[in-house]
Design a protein around this ligand. Structure first.
Ligand SMILES: [Zn+2]
Ligand SMILES: [Zn+2]
Length: 241
């Protein structure tokens, strides 16, 4: 698992027929207060946890799992991951955390047809994605975790409770599926998605100084050109209504 910078580690997704979200671990290992961002797709939890162990990270130091959002390709591996790190808390934006506690899986699957495909493909029973959420994020928090500061920004549009995590000192942005490399953005046709909201969210992200972009899929970028987010927004703006 490559180290991006001190305190930020990357486990690439292993896409199959369906995409597997990238996972990240944030926090200085010496703090013993690490956070795992987005477990990934069903069946990929053990791969992710094994990769983290191979990096020399002690599993008992993983204190929490933070979701950028709760789509199937990000949360599918959570039950497997929870078996390996049962002590880890689950932190989710409240707009997706409250449905998760009630077993409302509309955000997880995004659309009914996809739900049926996944349930057949992975032999998943309805209600599998019901979780106890230990902390419901609101957006606007400044988290001190792993001896680092991470700002939580609520950036809806791809899903209701999408968040990004931003570490200002090293200009690191973890935007989930809202923004990718190569001027791509997240889809906005699923349950709870909204083009206008996505536009506003990209505008907010464009105000941050970002050098290292760590999205949910595809390439990570270590030297993001200045003005990248704004350029991306301008390209997509006509479609974001
Ligand atoms: Zn995704
Ligand atoms: Zn998504």
């Amino acid at each position: 698992m490559p180290k991006i910078i001190e305190g930020v580690y990357f486990v690439p997704g292993q896409d199959e027929m369906m995409p597997d979200a990238h996972s990240y671990v944030i926090g200085h290992p010496s703090s013993k207060d690490l956070s795992l961002i987005d477990p990934g797709l069903v069946g990929k939890g053990n791969y992710k946890i094994d990769s983290i162990e191979k990096m020399g990270i002690a599993l008992e130091d993983i204190k929490r799992i933070i979701m950028t959002h709760t789509h199937f390709d990000h949360i599918g591996a959570l039950p497997e991951v929870q078996k390996r790190v049962p002590w880890a808390e689950l932190w989710v934006h409240h707009l997706e955390g409250e449905p998760l506690e009630k077993g409302d899986e509309r955000t997880v699957y995004g659309m009914e047809m996809f739900q049926q495909v996944c349930q057949v493909q992975y032999r998943i029973k309805p209600g599998m994605f019901t979780f106890n959420v230990h902390r419901k994020l609101q957006g606007g928090e400044s988290l001190t975790v792993g001896q680092m500061q991470w700002e939580v920004l609520h950036i809806p549009g791809h899903s209701l409770g999408s968040i990004s995590l931003y570490h200002a000192p090293d200009r690191v942005l973890i935007p989930g599926d809202v923004l990718y490399a190569d001027h791509a953005i997240g889809r906005f046709d699923l349950f709870g998605a909204d083009g206008e909201e996505l536009k506003k969210s990209l505008k907010r992200l464009s105000q941050l100084k970002v050098e290292i972009l760590l999205p949910g899929h595809n390439r990570v970028v270590k030297k993001l050109p200045e003005g990248y987010v704004l350029q991306t927004l301008e390209q997509w703006e006509p479609y974001l209504t």
